[in-house]
Design a binder for this molecule. Structure first.
Ligand code: ADE
Length: 250
């Protein structure tokens, strides 16, 4: 997969894109990221990328010319989704990451200042993406978040063990608790069942704990799921347990 990033701050990407799984994916040729400085596509002496808003008001607006020139230069005659990182976009999540990972090529445009000239949005951008309901200083961190989440879906980018983790999130539940050595740490034990070697019981325990965590932390995720009869029974037992413990504390 090839991702071209148009940004005013290409240097922000170096650390995150070089480390860990994203770095390995690039070294292995699974992913190519090309960083482009929008300022390099200006043709005036001051290399100006922003200007005052027509109609007045505070803040600066990204000018259309350098962005149009950059997109034309980078894509040439090729077509690819052009994603604008903006808090006004569609909310990013697991499903969108999986969808975008199917593309051969993506172009990401990182907004800055108070906004971008609307003609960029109308004529160049094909999709707008927000990583959450808060306003960051620019689209660079969101672009890195989106790249990281996409890479995990590229075949060969993750080892077997981590791929399984992805599957469990794909089911829409939160991850169950995990432990590693030592068995006892500062008086805290690892749950006995995980040491039992009984894989069926362990799987059932993990499922129950995933359901419990999801019910407690993100109950709205459960509403969107089609649960099996066994899951519904486990949930009913968890809810019963929770109501008993709250009765006891009353
Ligand atoms: N740019 C600034 N804030 C953003 C956000 N929350 N998501 C995507 N791009 C942004």
């Amino acid at each position: 997969m090839r991702i071209d990033v148009l940004t005013l701050f290409p240097e922000m990407f170096h650390g995150p894109l070089e480390a860990s799984i994203v770095g390995r994916a690039q070294a292995a040729g699974i992913l190519q990221v090309h960083l482009w400085n929008i300022r390099d596509f200006t043709d005036d002496r001051h290399r100006q990328v922003d200007d005052y808003p027509f109609g007045g008001g505070a803040g600066m607006i990204m000018k259309p010319e350098p962005v149009f020139a950059a997109v034309r230069h980078v894509l040439g005659k090729e077509k690819a989704p052009v994603l604008l990182m903006t808090p006004q976009g569609e909310r990013f999540g697991h499903g969108l990451a999986e969808e975008l990972a199917k593309e051969k090529r993506l172009l990401m445009l990182c907004g800055h200042y108070e906004g971008i000239d609307e003609r960029i949005r109308e004529s160049v951008v094909t999709q707008q993406i927000s990583i959450g309901d808060y306003v960051l200083t620019g689209g660079e961190l969101p672009a890195m978040v989106v790249i990281d989440a996409i890479v995990r879906f590229l075949p060969g980018a993750l080892g077997e063990a981590t791929a399984v983790w992805t599957d469990s999130f794909a089911e829409g539940l939160l991850e169950y608790p995990q432990y590693t050595r030592p068995r006892v740490f500062e008086g805290m034990d690892v749950p006995e069942i995980l040491l039992s070697g009984d894989h069926q019981r362990i799987a059932r325990w993990r499922r129950r704990e995933s359901l419990r965590r999801t019910l407690l932390q993100r109950p709205e995720l459960l509403a969107g799921l089609e649960l099996s009869k066994e899951d519904r029974e486990l949930l009913a037992a968890i809810e019963e347990e929770l109501s008993q413990s709250s009765d006891r504390s009353d």
